[in-house]
Write a protein of this length. Structure first.
Length: 326
């Protein structure tokens, strides 16, 4: 038996509430992307083999397999080949997609009835945001409910539910700029950094929530790219204010300000940083995306900034799962 899975990356567009004063914490906004993607193939074997990955990525794959195997009491006698990978620590959600792809494939091979949300708990995903989880399951633009506070004061370990999910317009694109040298935070570094955030900035949360409900989502439904881009940028800047004590500013590095500014100069309707960065995005129309991407490539070359520029659309479907029984 062989299982092939292709899972999309995502942009994390911001948090609605880091105070938790209403009984829920975080509340994420994000969108699944058509590329880059994680693509894996898993087939039965006499023992565990992990192929086509770096030493660090191989360790991650092994840990995901170990977590799944321990929970379900199986011997993971499979070959796992990673054919494509979302770049790690760039703000594009690589860890969640790899974890869910591997655990989903193993569940199919071993005939285990489960769902994406149970798998995410086993894999240790969705500790703050469930954008990647809902993106894996359904794609599209997603707003999640945040983590619910329990009676003992702790927060629910289960991933947040989606409170809104919409298809992202086909005629809109993202021009994404990923500086090469900078890495965003993840894992324990991210957990530590969150601890330095000042959640008392209640006014910022109120402003973000108002923007989401009264500008961001209405303009998405109405396909008004100017209003949507404006809301996108305002939410991004306010989210950056939450994390400025950790990042040293709204963005993760000084060079990001110039890149964001040039995205606007090049014609983007909205721009921001995905998650902890360093990935930056600009919202464009499909018909204008090539021109904006070319402008950004020239900008990086002119300023001797190493990095990649590519165009991606929203992805309105969940992960592709192909099961071959032979």
């Amino acid at each position: 038996m062989k299982v092939r899975i292709a899972a999309s990356s995502r942009l994390h567009l911001g948090f609605m509430d880091l105070s938790g004063s209403l009984g829920r914490l975080y509340g994420s906004i994000g969108v699944a992307l058509s590329k880059p993607r994680t693509e894996i193939a898993v087939k039965t074997n006499s023992h565990l083999i992990i192929q086509n990955v770096s030493k660090d990525r191989k360790r991650k794959v092994f840990n995901f397999v170990k977590a799944f195997s321990k929970y379900h009491g199986i011997d993971p006698n499979v070959t796992i080949r990673v054919n494509k990978s979302i770049p790690e620590h760039k703000g594009l959600g690589s860890g969640t997609q790899l974890a869910l792809s591997i655990s989903t494939a193993l569940a199919h091979i071993y005939g285990i009835k489960t769902d994406t949300h149970d798998l995410s708990v086993i894999m240790g995903r969705g500790m703050r945001s469930s954008i990647g989880i809902w993106g894996f399951e359904h794609g599209g633009l997603i707003v999640d409910s945040g983590k619910m506070r329990l009676k003992d004061g702790s927060f629910d370990a289960r991933p947040p539910k989606a409170v809104a999910r919409y298809d992202f317009p086909d005629e809109w694109k993202f021009v994404i700029v990923v500086p090469e040298e900078k890495h965003g935070l993840s894992g324990e570094q991210e957990k530590t950094a969150i601890g330095f955030v000042h959640p008392s900035k209640k006014k910022i949360s109120e402003e973000i929530c108002r923007l989401v409900m009264m500008k961001f989502l209405p303009s998405l439904i109405e396909k008004d790219i100017e209003e949507f881009g404006s809301a996108l940028s305002e939410i991004d800047r306010r989210t950056g204010l939450f994390f400025s004590p950790v990042q040293g500013g709204i963005y993760c590095e000084k060079g990001s300000y110039k890149i964001i500014d040039h995205l606007f100069v090049s014609g983007a309707y909205g721009a921001g940083q995905s998650s902890w960065g360093p990935a930056l995005y600009g919202l464009t129309l499909k018909s204008e995306s090539d021109d904006v991407a070319n402008c950004m490539t020239e900008f990086l070359e002119r300023n001797k900034i190493k990095g990649n520029v590519f165009i991606s659309s929203g992805h309105n479907r969940g992960a592709e799962v192909e099961i071959l029984r032979s």
